[in-house]
Design a protein. Structure first.
Length: 102
């Protein structure tokens, strides 16, 4: 699992917060709300969205209650570029690993 941290404010002194968790599979990635205390209890651990590679040169993106969005690979890349160009937040994706389990 990977954890997504964000810093909404551009002030360097503001801390990053753990907002989402990413569960990645071979062709399917699920984005879940973290268990951060900033989220309402009914959202913690719930699915916020997903992306599926159909292996037919397209991806299907689902976000909460929105209708699924089907994009070919080039359209998905163009969407990513547009979203990144309009984002001033700092976002980090961190991988967590279990070193030892008892």
């Amino acid at each position: 699992m990977k954890q997504v941290y964000s810093q909404i404010s551009l002030d360097e002194d503001d801390a990053m917060s753990h907002d989402y968790d990413l569960d990645e599979g071979y062709l399917f990635t699920t984005l879940k709300y973290s268990k951060n205390s900033d989220w309402a209890d009914h959202l913690k651990g719930e699915i916020a969205g997903s992306i599926q590679d159909t292996e037919e040169d397209e991806v299907v993106i689902k976000i909460e209650e929105m209708k699924p969005l089907k994009l070919n690979y080039m359209q998905a890349q163009q969407l990513l570029i547009l979203l990144l160009s309009n984002n001033e937040e700092k976002i980090e994706i961190r991988e967590s690993k279990i070193i030892k389990s008892i």
